[in-house]
Ligand binder design. Structure first.
Ligand code: GLA
Length: 366
């Protein structure tokens, strides 16, 4: 039996596919799977949440249009096979409590849980970071979503009471203690309940714009490989790019800088500066990267109106999904009541409130 968590990204948005820095934490909501080898050459999946089952032969792992929830598992199986691992038949039961379509990485949790389960049941010797890369390939190549590596990395490598500082170029990472609790703050995630409709096409457009900006900066900056190679000192050059590309690049470059500074602040126990970085990140995502939406902007605005709140921003890919805010624990009840009431009055939507604590990454339970 294995479990893999979802994640909330605290800072570093739309930087992972630009080989930049991210700072997510694994959350106390996840996907649990129980499984056993059956040596029949058939994989049987049963979802407790959907009360649905699916079976497919290990010899022919194809993506399913009618049972899309199984494609994450299928993709992970396929990626192991492509590496030459010999897949046995197995029976698997799946259950989860990560809110879906909310930007909390329920799909990454599924992939990582599947990968850890398969590794454990077969007794394969395969490194954790390689496993993360495998699950990303399952998402990119099999499921067909062009995501970066942040979500799977956080789900695999998270640790209780820590957030994960990841360099998406070298994949070096550092687990950093989160001093929220000891200073009496909580990480509050608000689900706008706006379905992330535009997200796939807009996500791909943003990726393209970032790589276009790199191409146009090459004559001045030489052989840069990604926006990771562009620093704050190059902002005057960025301003000379065509308008949209300038804005996109400005977001990525400033966001990388914010992550580095915010982590320094966090290590010094300076939650005020950390919170300010969250809010600055939101503004950059709203105006420069243009991946927010009116409902997310409203949630951030309402959150910041509550006295004592240190920072607030949209989290994840954007166009709906969730915000994350740093709230003084004594203000939690007031925060919840005020923000959800005013949000509903203005949008007719009922925001969901989750208080997450930094949780362990994927683990074999028994
Ligand atoms: C989605 C992707 C991640 C990352 C974020 C934006 O969650 O899956 O890889 O790109 O969007 O930061």
């Amino acid at each position: 039996m294995v479990k893999a968590p979802g994640r909330v990204n605290l800072l570093g948005e739309h930087t992972d596919y630009n080989e930049g820095f991210v700072f997510p934490m694994a959350i106390d909501a996840g996907i649990t799977m129980a499984g056993a080898l059956n040596r029949s050459g058939v994989i049987n999946l049963y979802s407790l949440d959907y009360d649905a089952e699916s079976r497919f032969p290990t010899q022919e792992i194809l993506s399913s249009t009618t049972e899309q929830w199984t494609n994450y598992f299928r993709g992970v199986c396929k990626e192991f096979q492509l590496l030459g691992f010999e897949l046995q038949g197995l029976d698997v039961v799946i259950q989860g409590n990560v809110p879906q379509g909310a930007g909390l990485s329920s799909s990454a949790a599924l992939e990582v849980a599947a990968a850890v389960l398969l590794r454990s049941l077969h007794g394969w010797d395969y490194d954790d970071v390689e496993l993360v890369k495998l699950t990303q390939r399952a998402e990119n190549d099999f499921v067909g979503v062009a995501s970066g590596i942040m979500d799977q990395f956080a789900s695999m490598m998270g640790r209780k009471d820590h957030a994960l500082f990841l360099d998406c170029r070298s994949l070096e990472y550092e687990l950093i203690p989160t001093p929220f609790e000891e200073q009496d703050y909580v990480v509050v995630v608000l689900n706008s309940r706006v379905r992330r409709g535009l997200v796939d096409s807009a996500y791909n457009t943003r990726r393209q714009e970032c790589s276009d900006a790199v191409q146009l900066l090459k004559p001045q900056l030489g052989e840069i490989a990604s926006l990771r190679d562009v620093g704050m000192e190059h902002l005057p050059l960025i301003e000379q790019l065509p308008g949209t590309l300038a804005s996109r690049a400005r977001h990525v470059v400033s966001e990388n800088d914010r992550v580095l500074k915010a982590i320094k602040a966090l290590k010094a126990g300076d939650l005020v500066s950390f919170g300010q970085a969250l809010t600055a990140s939101h503004q950059s995502l709203q105006y420069d990267f243009e991946v927010s939406c009116p409902e997310l902007d409203l949630l951030v605005e309402l959150a910041l109106e509550v006295p004592g709140v240190l920072g607030s921003r949209m989290t994840g890919a954007g166009f709906g999904g969730c915000t994350v805010s740093l709230v003084p624990r004594p203000q939690l009840a007031l925060f919840e009541e005020r923000v959800t009431k005013n949000y509903e009055a203005q949008t007719k939507l009922q925001a969901e409130v989750y208080v997450f604590s930094a949780s362990p990454g994927a683990q074999v339970l028994i």
